[in-house]
Design a protein around this ligand. Structure first.
Ligand SMILES: O=C(O)CCC(=O)C(=O)O
Length: 324
């Protein structure tokens, strides 16, 4: 029965018309997409499928630190000398590395408050794990402590500088264990037009070691071309999404890593440490040495102001609650 149901829901998820229906039910949360479509000259309803195939052919504005002269621009920027030396160096390295680490951003009390509130929400059934069984999505809508951490100015100020536009929280993902997720770029899940106006911050909420499934990232991989639907055999058609599009995407990413050009790094961290990564940096979660080892942590994804945001694989505009 379970198998049959999984197959049935799996099939429903491939039908584009179902996403149009879901969009209709969430019309109020598509205001942002409607405005952005208009802003970028696209005469398309946000209810309809939306992917990189529908975007203007011109790439549009490129984030300032993704341009070839990023380093020179940074060196001439009057904001740089005002930064603490380690942060200044990390920002200067961002164009080449695609990540930066901020140690000790959050205090033990701030971390404890987040862990406590999350546990209360889980225990009361106010939030639940998503289909992966490992991720609690959007808990910032229900927890003041998580919201405060996600929208903390110490992170947002760095993001605003790196992306050159004001950045806004789109989603939080809380983990109690490792994700063990295969390498991917966030731009397949949260694509923007213009491309590249997304970033993520990952906060350690307990000690993270080689054993409890640390985040794994591949410095420099953000400079690879963005891998979007036209870059791999996603298997979809005019009316359908490819049934195993994500598995095919992961295989294509793995092929790009198999060249050995990028060395994987693990983020070993103390509670309150933060790693920020670029929209196109390949990353994932290492296998836990002990199954289900505790790895409390939180990933936050941010969109820049005034960009169009959508999910490339399901071809759906991002639902944005503008009152959050
Ligand atoms: O925390 C992890 O293991 C992976 C997180 C991740 O891939 C993401 O949030 O995009």
């Amino acid at each position: 029965m379970r198998k049959w149901l999984d197959r049935y829901y799996g099939r429903l998820r491939t039908i584009k018309a179902n996403y149009v229906l879901l969009n209709l039910l969430n019309l109020r949360r598509l205001g942002h997409a409607r405005r952005m479509l208009r802003r970028y000259g696209l005469t398309r309803s946000p209810l309809l499928p939306l992917s990189s195939a529908h975007m203007p052919k011109a790439p549009g504005d490129i984030p300032w630190l993704d341009r070839p002269d990023a380093r020179q621009r940074l060196q001439a920027d009057p904001r740089l000398p005002a930064l603490p030396a380690t942060l200044r160096q990390a920002v200067l390295d961002w164009p080449d590395k695609g990540y930066l680490i901020l140690r000790g951003v959050f205090s033990a009390q701030e971390v404890d408050r987040v862990n406590r509130e999350l546990q209360q929400l889980i225990d009361s059934g106010a939030v639940d794990f998503n289909f992966t069984g490992r991720k609690v999505m959007f808990a910032f809508r229900k927890s003041p402590a998580i919201k405060a951490m996600a929208s903390d100015r110490r992170i947002l100020d760095v993001l605003d500088l790196l992306l050159g536009r004001p950045m806004h929280v789109f989603q939080t993902i809380n983990f109690l264990t490792g994700s063990e997720q295969a390498p991917h770029s966030d731009s397949i899940h949260m694509t923007t037009y213009p491309l590249g106006y997304l970033a993520a911050a990952w906060v350690a909420l307990e000690p993270i070691t080689a054993d409890n499934g640390p985040l794994v990232y591949h410095p420099g991989s953000h400079q690879l071309p963005y891998l979007l639907n036209e870059g791999f055999a996603h298997g979809g058609g005019r009316f359908t999404i490819g049934a195993d599009a994500y598995a095919r995407y992961e295989e294509a990413v793995q092929r790009s890593l198999d060249s050995g050009r990028f060395t994987p790094h693990e983020f070993h961290a103390q509670p309150g440490d933060v790693l920020i990564w670029h929209a196109n940096l390949l990353h994932g979660g290492k296998k836990m040495a002990t199954p289900n080892a505790s790895r409390r942590s939180m990933a936050v994804h941010y969109f820049a102001e005034d960009v169009l945001c959508y999910h490339e694989l399901t071809q759906r505009a991002a639902l944005i609650d503008e009152d959050h």
